[in-house]
Each structure stands twice: as structure tokens, then as C-alpha cells.
Ligand binder design. Structure first.
Ligand code: GCB
Length: 563
């Protein structure tokens, strides 16, 4: 079969899909079949032909969900630019003959064209977001059906994030994480009746000591009183508010202590991995953090579900990373899809409209006026921020935001080895943001690449000691800022080491994690644990875990009775 490379490349798929997108796993009257597992897999050449499988090249089978890049031993797969084809068959039970049948993907990176029994049934672009469509008329109930998914990882000036294709086989991009691609999240077939629940919106507030819940959907019954659809939504009762100096939950000021993160791990790339997700949450709890940012794209719904139930606060970010001001349509679309997916989540306490976009350009003023106005038409219950690296004097975005966030890499991308600059530079930038716009301020990135096991006394760049010293110098200035009354959070870059494109600045990827890519602590994780738990004790009355400090002499955080 020949596949039109150009059609796939430009993502001109004219099939409408529904992004309203209640996760069907929480529906109680729908039947479901998972299409996760092993699919047939082929690389498609730019001329539309399947690349032949050599003995030494790749195995033409792929795991779903997973990114395809790091599974095979072949560079052709890892660095493939353009279209790949996934195929499998599935059986629709004959009992589904009287139902509406739907197909849902948790995320395909970057764009997808889905063919059922040879016909184009769904298409979607923008990775990291779910899409669903009805396929009743495409399938045969009680029979074997074929599904084929064409996945295109090409990034251009119009995609979000942006990239450019230098020659047909070479993809360039500026953002600092590997452009993993494939069917990264689960694939599910499910049924509904003719009438079904398409969307639910729940809003909550607190009045005195009572929680108030408003919702705009109910169970759906037919005229004879039969239950047609039921959806069980996990929600939390809380009210967010903010003003020029604070960000509050249920009237209490919040100080965010957390991380920037990535969906990233050995072999599966950005593919959903439940054991990894649980490990990450154990570490987040162990270290005493209360929050993180989904840098630089929306994370899997399974990750968000756990944040909801474990009480972790999320700054939920769109895939606009390092973008210019010429993406309006896709940027707004990603916000629409993100908010329709995550609007009911108690864990989501803030939206991040972009990471390090070019907000110093004059054109960005009109651009962000429109982007943030669009976001506010969809949700006014949460504050919105941008993780900025353009300083406040050049910035054009702060006027539209509720909370101002900045990324600053002192003693790393500047003044290497000189920690004395940290205090003044962080203090000055935070004050400039606050006094320019009269809004709360937080830091969303600071950090140092660190090679685990490399020690140096006195500290030297890339050593574990260097990372600790850099962090500790930042902690000092964060505390000075906290005392000012308008500094609302600190997030280190990064939770764990992660893969990037090949680059002389990166040794096996970005190593700014306080955990390794295998999720073991560097020395800095222990330091961070002492800080985050001390903040939790001071601000939230938490009890510092007994093992946060080793006993040395005299008093100890271990209880007297243990000693
Ligand atoms: C940044 C980016 C992040 C990078 C980080 C770094 O400012 O937001 O994506 O990974 O710096 O380590 O350079």
C-alpha cells in the first residue's frame, strides 16, 4: 500500500473528532475493549513506501502504549522523520450491533490519521491530548475489523510545539526534550446508547464551613425510566482565589514547592507506564513536595487522576514551548482541548499558557491578549501564568496573567562557578516582575546539570556538590522573597534526568534532575527533602519525617522514644 506522505505531513485530515472527552473508564454503563498490546509497525518512507525490514534494522511490531523511538536497536526508528504505520485487527462483539461504537486515543504524537477497514475514520493533531470519534458506521459487529493508524511526528512552524524539517529526513527543534512519537497512551473502544453523557462541568466553592458543588449533568434515563448512561466523576471541593500578593486555596495562602517534570523514561519514552507513575508519586510524597508543573505539555490522564486523589497541585501547561507569536490557531485549540479534558480536576490549580515563548517581541502583546482572553472564556476559576524567560522590562505578557512565573539559571548558563550572583539576580527579577504588574510571583525553573556519582570538593560544575550549593543559594533568596509577602512558589528544574536531542551541551540528556532517570536520588534530593519538609512544617503544620535527617549529635528529629 502506498501512503500519501504529503497528505499525512500536512495533517490535512478532514474528519471531525470530538475532543469533549470524558474519560470512558469512569462511565458505568458502557462496554469497553482495550486495543493496547502489540501492533504491526512500519516506517513509511517520504515517497510513501514502507521501509523494508532488514534483519539488522527493526522488528515490525510495536507496543501500544509507548513511544516507538527507543524500543528498537535501530537509529532509523529512533530518528525517523515523517509517517509510521500501526496496524492490528479487533473483533467487535455481535452484542454491540445495537449500540453506538466509539474509538478513543489518550494521545498520539504528533498527528494521527485513523483508518477503519480501509476508510479514514478519525484524525487529530497536537500531541499529548486525547481524541475520540464515533466509528459505528465503519465497523462490522460480530466480525473481525482492521485498524490502521498513520502517525506523523513532523514539526513545522504551524505545529505546537514548533520545529522545522531541514531536509526530508532531518527534523530540527529548539525545545530541550526528545521529540518522542507514537501511540503514547491507551486506545479504547467503547459503546454508548443513542443518548449519552457527552460532557460534565463541576464547579465547587466554599461558603463559611460548607462546600458548595454545582454541576450541569445528571444521569440519563429514557422515557421508560431505564438508565442509559452514568458517569462517576472524581472531584474535590475547593475554591481558588488570588489577588496582587497571594494565591489562596479555601482562603488560605498557598506556597507551591515542587518541580518541573517530564513524561520520560528509558525504552518507553513518553509511553504510559503505571509502575513509573507510582514510583514518581512515591518520590514526590517522600520529598515533601506539594505541586509540579506539567512542563511542557499535558500529561497522561492516569497521572492527573492520581494527582487528584493524592492531593498534589498541578500547574497544567499547554504544549506551547519555546514558541513564536505565529501559532494562534493551534495554540488556542490546544487550550480548548486541555481545558475540556482537565476542567473538573481539583488538582489543577493554575493554567500555564506557554513555556519560554517569545514574549519580548512586540507581536506577542496582541498574541497573548488573544490567547489569554480565549483561555478565560473557558475557565475563570483558576489563575493563568506563563513560565517566562524574557525579563520583565522586555515582557509583553504579564498584563494578561494572574500569576507571574519566571525561569532563571544563574551559575549555570551564566556566571559558572560563581554562586554570589544568585541572590541579587533572583531578588531583582522577582521584584521587577512584582512592581511592574502588581501581581504574585513565583520561580518555575532554576537548576544545574549534575552527573550522579561525580563528586568534587570544593564544588565544581556538574558535581553533586555543585548542584547542592546552587540549590542552597537559591533557597536563601527564596526565603528573603517569601518574607516580602508576594512570592508564591518555587519549582526546581527538574524532578528527574530526561532525554533530549543529540547536543554537545547534553551528556546523555538533560541531567538537571534531583533524581536520576531511573528514579534514584542524587545527593540533592536529600537536601531538597529537608527544605520541602521544613516548608511543610512551617507553612502547613506538617510533621517532618523522622528519617529526614540522620542523627549526628544532641537533638534529632527522631523521636525520643526511638533513641
Ligand atoms: C529551560 C527550559 C527547559 C530546559 C531548561 C534547561 O529554560 O524551559 O525546557 O530543559 O531550561 O535545562 O536548559
Amino acid at each position: 500500500m502506498k501512503i500519501s506522505f504529503l497528505a499525512a505531513l500536512s495533517s490535512i485530515f478532514l474528519v471531525k473528532v470530538d475532543c469533549g472527552i470524558l474519560d470512558p473508564r469512569h462511565a458505568k454503563r458502557r462496554e469497553q475493549i482495550s486495543l493496547d498490546g502489540l501492533w504491526k509497525f512500519s516506517l513509511i518512507d517520504y515517497d510513501g513506501a514502507k521501509k523494508s525490514v532488514q534483519a539488522s534494522d527493526y522488528i515490525d511490531i510495536m507496543a501500544v502504549p509507548s513511544s516507538y523511538n527507543d524500543i528498537s536497536a535501530s537509529e532509523n526508528v529512533r530518528d525517523h522523520v515523517g509517517v509510521v504505520q500501526y496496524q492490528r485487527s479487533f473483533v467487535i462483539p455481535s452484542t454491540w450491533g445495537s449500540k453506538r461504537i466509539w474509538l478513543r486515543f489518550g494521545s498520539v504524537c504528533y498527528s494521527a490519521g485513523v483508518y477503519i477497514n480501509g476508510e479514514l475514520a478519525l484524525s487529530h493533531e497536537i500531541g499529548h491530548l486525547p481524541f475520540v470519534g464515533e466509528i459505528t458506521s465503519f465497523v462490522k459487529a460480530g466480525d473481525v475489523n482492521q485498524i490502521e493508524v498513520l502517525v506523523n511526528n513532523t514539526l513545522t512552524n504551524d505545529t505546537i510545539p514548533q520545529g522545522d524539517v531541514e531536509i526530508l529526513t532531518k527534523q530540527n527543534y529548539n525545545f530541550d526534550f526528545f521529540n518522542y512519537a507514537g501511540i503514547d497512551r491507551p486506545v479504547l473502544l467503547y459503546t454508548t446508547e443513542d443518548t449519552y453523557i457527552n460532557d460534565i462541568t463541576v464547579q465547587t466553592a466554599i461558603k463559611d464551613t460548607s462546600g458548595i458543588i454545582s454541576y450541569d449533568v445528571v444521569d440519563i434515563f429514557d422515557t421508560d425510566g431505564n438508565l442509559l448512561d452514568r458517569y462517576e466523576l472524581q472531584f474535590g471541593v475547593r475554591e481558588l482565589s488570588w489577588d496582587s500578593t497571594s494565591f489562596k486555596i479555601n482562603g488560605k495562602p498557598v506556597y507551591l514547592r515542587g518541580f518541573g517534570r517530564h513524561e520520560d523514561s528509558d525504552i518507553r519514552g513518553k509511553g504510559l507506564d503505571l509502575p513509573l507513575i507510582l514510583r514518581d508519586y512515591s518520590l514526590i510524597k517522600w520529598i515533601g513536595a506539594n505541586s509540579y508543573r506539567t512542563s511542557h505539555y499535558p500529561y497522561a490522564e492516569e497521572i492527573m487522576d492520581l494527582a487528584d486523589s493524592l492531593g498534589i497541585m498541578i500547574i497544567d501547561e499547554t504544549p506551547a514551548v519555546d514558541t513564536g507569536a505565529d501559532l494562534l490557531r493551534n495554540h488556542k485549540q490546544s487550550i480548548t482541548e486541555l481545558i475540556s479534558r482537565d476542567k473538573n480536576r481539583p488538582s489543577v490549580v493554575m493554567w500555564s499558557a506557554a513555556n519560554e515563548p517569545s514574549t519580548g517581541d512586540e507581536a506577542s502583546e496582541d498574541y497573548y491578549r488573544e490567547v489569554i482572553a480565549h483561555l478565560k472564556t473557558l475557565d475563570t476559576t483558576r489563575p493563568v501564568t506563563i513560565a517566562n524567560n524574557v525579563g520583565p522590562s522586555a515582557d509583553h505578557s504579564g498584563q494578561f496573567l494572574d500569576i507571574l512565573s519566571f525561569n532563571q539559571y544563574n551559575s549555570w548558563y551564566n556566571n559558572e562557578g560563581d554562586f554570589d550572583v544568585i541572590f541579587t539576580k533572583v531578588l531583582t527579577e522577582a521584584e521587577e516582575w512584582h512592581y511592574k504588574y502588581n501581581k504574585p510571583v513565583m520561580i518555575t525553573e532554576y537548576g544545574a546539570d549534575t552527573l550522579e556519582g561525580y563528586h568534587s570538593l570544593p564544588s565544581f560544575i556538574w558535581s553533586e556538590e555543585y548542584q547542592n550549593e546552587l540549590m542552597s543559594r537559591n533557597f536563601e533568596v527564596f526565603d528573603r522573597l517569601r518574607a516580602k509577602g508576594w512570592f508564591v512558589g518555587e519549582m526546581i528544574w527538574n524532578f528527574a534526568d530526561f532525554k533530549t536531542r543529540q547536543d554537545f551541551k547534553r551528556v546523555g540528556g538533560n541531567k538537571k534532575g534531583i533524581f536520576t532517570r531511573q528514579r534514584q536520588p542524587k545527593q540533592s534530593a536529600h537536601l531538597m527533602r529537608r527544605r520541602y519538609w521544613s516548608l511543610a512544617a512551617e507553612l502547613d503544620n506538617a510533621t517532618i519525617p523522622a528519617d529526614a535527617d540522620n542523627y549526628i549529635i544532641g537533638s534529632s528529629s527522631r523521636t525520643k522514644k526511638e533513641l
